[in-house]
Design a protein around this ligand. Structure first.
Ligand code: WTA
Length: 634
């Protein structure tokens, strides 16, 4: 048994690590931090106050996370594979990079950034498909102390521009285009469109992927391969303060525009590694595959950082699960002998719908551990995953966490703690969840449901929201005094396991991707002829939640399909295709209180088809509107 609790291998060790983390959090996390290379050791493990909020981990400590992801492994594992990149098209050859090669490519890329004017503290926006350069670019930023802000390639030019401007990014890293299943899609031209609204960007560096002849602005744009030919392979890592920002990642909340969640270097590093090794029970030599895109937090913590910190070998996949056919995931597991597979319930459900033939064609015996993330998993999908992918012998970890938490917070540890379908189960050592009533009373007993909060800091928690600390305080720390509020509701069973119920705020989780209802409504309202709209989530068989939009138009609509098309286009332009409503109901009014507030509860019930559970509607400004909406339900 490890006395520093760095690797938990039994239920007993889990209990004792958890207790140790409560008794003396400082010593507990100092022991975890000792594993890394520091240029200067920290003065204090933790200083905190949730009022500000002001949270510092390992303050005074100095480090570079990429030295810990790469250089630290060169002696022992320099020649072992860090990345197995599997391209979109199975006919194209996979690319393997050893730790040595990845180190070299990151250093070169970092030198290219320097050559193009990037210095410590500058913000760099990364808008790239899942090609090796995406991962290399992220690490290269961290190498020189630039703050990366990765924007998922499915976001529109408008959302990209908003994020570039919010962070005042100086440089954008992108590709010419991208492959996605059978399609080729533009990337550089989306950047060009975005940049017509951004004055801050001085340089765009373009990776060639599709081979298109894209427009290049001679004053602003450069091909990455030309620039990389000019730089050398050695790049000293910038020594960062523990609390210097490492990255910004934009995420949606219930109000306004997406906010830039800020993570810092030291604490994030310690927790990404700790949670990765323990949740997945990763052993050296195993092949790990997280299917998430680096554009989301899962791809940051469990592709770009966690596995590399642990010296792991991992798969990075460019394509989609259903192309050329729905066996693509299982074919990759078979081909690269994947041991640990981490994906989203929505992917499991969509593959489950394709039947068993695609699964049975492949040898899945290499699998040892399965994981899920992003949304609650329904029991049917859980059992299918367990029986048909894991063949009944692989533990499943259902990992609950958030962009803001930086790492997995509540999850069973593979094969170490027990599992129950639909239950994320137990908090990791160091994580102190509480359930509260809406009035803020703590619920201490079990077999209860409440609002999920965290009462004590953990190393990878968000520190602020970029450029607006007050928004961070308001959003996460003001609802309940002395607590971080997650926005989720949860249930605790008789044994203390947590089951996440879902968001209690106006956030919709579509296929594991977060959107604020306000964000979608403001995009819809841009469509010509739209007066007002209200958006709610409803249960969707594959996506978990679907988007149901109620739209008020200017006067009667002669061609409803054309109007719906306009709404879809407006959402595609404002946010991206991923946020397009599944259902659009054109209405003449919305249920509002006398003070003008939209009663979303009623709209949600109608969308869910629970027409007899609308509650009292007599206090509405115009109760008759409810009958009309019920009558026109899609
Ligand atoms: C939801 C993703 C149930 C939850 C890492 C949370 C989950 C939001 C689970 C964060 C899970 C994430 N079970 N729900 N295992 N994991 N969620 O920021 O509502 O994209 O608040 O981070 O996803 O989404 P985000």
């Amino acid at each position: 048994m490890s006395t520093d609790h760095s690797r938990i291998r039994s239920w007993h060790e889990h209990r004792s690590a958890y207790q140790a983390s409560l008794d003396d959090p400082g010593s507990f996390w100092a022991a975890q931090a000792e594993r890394f290379k520091w240029h200067r050791k920290w003065d204090e493990v933790l200083e905190w106050d949730f009022e500000g909020p002001q949270v510092k981990w390992f303050s005074g400590g100095r480090l570079n996370i990429t030295e810990n992801c790469l250089d630290r492994h060169l002696d022992d594992r320099g020649r072992s594979t860090a990345i197995i990149w599997e391209p979109n098209d199975p006919k194209e050859k996979a690319l393997r990079l050893t730790y040595h090669e990845l180190h070299e490519r990151v250093c070169r890329y970092a030198n290219m950034l320097k050559r193009n004017g990037v210095t410590k503290g500058d913000r760099v926006c990364v808008y790239m498909p899942m090609v090796p350069d995406l991962l290399i670019a992220v690490l290269a930023c961290a190498r020189i102390g630039a703050v990366h802000s990765v924007v998922f390639c499915g976001f529109s030019a408008q959302s990209l521009a908003d994020r570039i401007n919010d962070a005042s990014a100086k440089v954008v890293l992108c590709s010419d285009g991208m492959f996605r299943g059978a399609k080729e899609m533009p990337v550089k031209s989306v950047v060009d469109e975005a940049l017509s609204h951004c004055a801050c960007v001085e340089r765009v560096l373009v990776t060639r992927r599709v081979g298109w002849d894209v427009a290049m602005d001679p004053a602003r744009d450069r091909w990455a391969h030309d620039e990389l030919a000019e730089v050398n392979v050695f790049c000293e890592a910038e020594v960062m303060d523990s609390e210097d920002p490492l990255f910004i990642l934009y995420t949606s909340g219930s109000t306004g525009k997406p906010k830039g969640v800020v993570h810092t270097c030291g604490g994030y590093m310690v927790y990404a590694d700790y949670s990765f090794r323990n949740v997945f029970q990763y052993d050296p030599g195993q092949v790990f595959w997280c299917t998430a895109d680096v554009g989301w937090i899962t791809g940051h913590s469990y592709m770009a950082y966690g596995p590399l910190l642990a010296g792991a070998t991992q798969v990075m996949f460019e394509g989609v699960p259903t192309w050329p056919d729905p066996s693509r995931f299982w074919q990759i597991v078979d081909k690269h002998r994947v041991n640990i597979f981490y994906t989203a319930p929505t992917a499991i459900r969509s593959l489950m719908a394709c039947g068993l033939d695609p699964v049975l064609d492949h040898d899945l015996h290499s699998l040892k551990v399965l994981g899920t993330v992003g949304e609650p998993i329904n029991e049917e999908a859980w059992h299918w995953y367990k029986d048909h992918i894991g063949k009944g012998r692989c533990p499943i970890v259902d990992t609950w966490w958030q962009t803001e938490t930086g790492g997995i917070m509540i999850s069973s540890l593979a094969g170490v703690t027990d599992e129950r379908p639909g239950h994320a189960a137990y908090p990791l050592p160091g994580i102190q969840p509480v359930l509260l009533t809406p009035e803020g009373e703590e619920i201490t007993e079990n077999e209860v449901e409440g609002l999920l909060c965290i009462r004590f800091p953990w190393p990878s928690m968000l520190r602020t929201t970029w450029g607006d600390h007050e928004r961070c305080r308001q959003t996460y720390f003001s609802a309940f005094k002395g607590m971080y509020f997650t926005g989720d509701g949860a249930r605790r069973d008789a044994d203390g396991r947590y089951r996440i119920i879902g968001r209690v705020d106006d956030v919709i989780n579509v296929s594991g991707h977060r959107f604020g209802t306000a964000e979608i409504e403001s995009a819809i309202n841009e469509a010509k002829g739209v007066v007002e709209s209200a958006v709610v989530g409803y249960p969707h068989e594959i996506k978990g939640q679907g988007i149901y939009a109620y739209v008020i138009t200017e006067g009667p609509v002669s061609d409803p399909e054309e109007m719906r098309g306009r709404v879809l286009e407006a959402v595609t332009a404002g946010i991206g295709k991923i946020a397009r409503p599944d259902k659009i109901q054109l209405v003449s009014g919305l249920p509002k209180t006398r003070s003008g507030k939209i009663m979303r509860r009623i709209l949600r019930k109608i969308a869910e088809g629970e027409l007899d559970k609308l509650g009292d509607t007599s206090t509405l400004l115009d109760p008759t509107v409810v009958d009309e909406i019920k009558g026109g339900r899609l």
